[in-house]
Ligand binder design. Structure first.
Ligand code: AMP
Length: 492
């Protein structure tokens, strides 16, 4: 039985903000965590993005901070009382936006600091005084070192997406930050999983925490229709067009495994008439936020993203998610499909499976504890495609490890650049960078039909669609309107 926000005795300014957000019933994590946080106890919460956990910790935390509320303009009257740490800029930005909305009718101030942005405006905000500071660890340490952030009056600290922070290698930074905080405080830790490392972190920094676990999205998202279609690398874009058309889908996320693949796919889909934007680790923060806002505003149909870039994006009710590449990490499958079918809305998750993906599919089956059936997709019309085998892989690089977003983040510690700025995602200059790292000039100029020379440069999989308008006919690889053998047969 889910309970209503009106059952909580939230202070009127907070209750008003919640009502304005349109929330009526609490999500399971809110139902369990809010009463505990209101008592000031430490919490160890197993909950992922999309479960409503931001409100689960922000609302009770703001309620407890209301006693410090004041209208003084003196920065000294607005010391940092609550610190929320997150692994990525996007997550930090989204959480900060939510906190600001919940605190809208109070006199409590909040701000956010993360890397990849000029420190000056952040410094100005910090110097004015804020009660709630949302931050990524690297940039926060920069501000602590510059004496812009003083944390000796912090009463609450939230370690959000703690597993992700450890994955990225933020443990030493977290330890340093926590060493600046008063011992007497409430600590809230949220993590998708309680791995041994997370338990160790909790053991060191939490006191008698109340453990709260809510069902993982893969267990709750029965509203997501999951489909697995066999499609070789050359057919995948066509499969996307087909599904968009037959299911009348207006907007979708498309996940890929590499940055380069991301940019290429976005370009190809754009050429094929779909308003598409790429979201990957080489995009600047500003570009990512712009892409996100354009998608939210409906100006963009498709957002092609890597796991790193998309993690935690606060976009609800995306009608469909495509896995253009089967993720290397089965957990990422769960994160990806969590973008659709949220908050009770129905969603479609389509995974395009090629012959070499059997092991990855087996990993997903193991995680979900279900057998996956791989179907053949039926196309409206088949078209022959000439292929010139360049020997290049579908992801377009010689070695996929050069361009992957996710695995490198796990391998490398965040690096401090020469300018003293820290890469939040370990995307240091050591990794792959395309010649034009932050701006894709393709989107600045109208599409021009590629000439022959250009075509010869393009990888085979792009060349097929860029040069071959859809024509009726039967591909050597696709049998029209007939089921082809599943890649590997599964039993119910
Ligand atoms: P989170 O897991 O905190 O990232 O929240 C995911 C999304 O759910 C956010 O867009 C929230 O605005 C929204 N949300 C949070 N709590 C509720 C609620 N009780 N009812 C409806 N939507 C909510």
């Amino acid at each position: 039985m889910t309970s209503s926000f009106s059952n909580l005795s939230l202070a009127p300014p907070l209750a008003r903000a919640v009502a304005e957000m349109g929330y009526e019933t609490m999500t399971p994590i809110q139902e369990q965590a809010i009463p505990v946080v209101l008592t000031g106890q430490d919490v160890m919460g197993a909950a992922q993005t999309g479960t409503g956990k931001t409100a689960a910790f922000s609302l009770p935390l703001l309620q407890r901070l209301l006693k410090h509320e004041n209208t003084s303009t003196s920065p000294a009257r607005h010391p940092v009382r609550a610190l929320v740490l997150l692994p990525t800029r996007e997550l930090a930005d989204q959480v900060a936006q939510q906190v600001a909305m919940y605190a809208k009718y109070t006199n409590l101030r909040s701000t956010v600091v993360f890397g990849g942005m000029d420190m000056k405006p952040q410094t100005l905000e910090l110097k004015k005084g804020v009660e709630v500071l949302v931050a990524t660890p690297g940039r926060l340490l920069d501000h602590i070192e510059a004496k812009n952030a003083v944390l000796n009056q912090v009463e609450y600290v939230v370690l959000d997406e703690a597993d992700r922070m450890l994955d990225i290698g933020f443990l030493p930074d977290l330890q340093r930050i926590l060493s600046f905080l008063p011992k007497q405080r409430t600590t809230l830790l949220f993590s998708a999983t309680f791995s041994p490392e997370i338990k160790r972190l909790a053991g060191s920094y939490l006191q008698d925490p109340v453990t709260i676990e809510v069902a993982r999205p893969n267990e709750t998202a029965s509203t997501v229709e999951q489909r697995f279609y066999s499609a070789n690398d050359d057919d995948k874009r066509r499969a996307i067009h087909q599904v968009l058309k037959t299911r009348d889908i207006k907007q979708a996320f498309i996940f890929v495994n590499s940055k380069l693949g991301c940019a290429r796919l976005a370009r190809s889909l754009e050429r094929e008439g779909l308003k598409t934007t790429a979201l990957h680790g080489d995009k600047s923060q500003d570009e990512r936020l712009k892409a996100l806002n354009a998608f939210k505003a409906g100006e963009v149909d498709l957002l092609v993203a890597t796991d790193v870039a998309a993690r935690g994006l606060d976009i609800k009710d995306v009608p469909a998610v495509f896995n253009f590449d089967v993720p290397f990490n089965a957990e990422d499958y769960v994160h990806r499909i969590g973008r659709t079918g949220r908050a009770g809305a129905s969603g479609l998750a389509v995974t395009l499976v090629s012959g070499s993906d059997a092991r990855l599919i087996a990993d997903i089956e193991k995680l979900l504890k279900t057998k996956i059936e791989i179907e053949a997709l039926e196309y409206d019309e088949d078209r022959p495609r000439e292929r010139i085998n360049t020997g290049r892989r579908a992801w377009g690089g010689d070695d996929p490890r050069d361009v992957l977003d996710a695995p490198r983040e796990r391998r490398e510690r965040p690096q401090r650049s020469e300018r003293g700025e820290r890469s939040e995602r370990g995307e240091s200059s050591r990794g792959f960078r395309p010649a034009v790292a932050s701006r894709d000039p393709f989107f600045d100029k109208p599409y021009v039909e590629p000439d022959v020379a250009e075509v010869a440069e393009a990888p085979a999989w792009e060349r097929g669609a860029a040069t071959q308008p859809a024509r009726a006919g039967v591909s050597a690889n696709i049998k029209s309107r007939r089921k082809v053998a599943a890649l590997f047969k599964t039993t119910a």
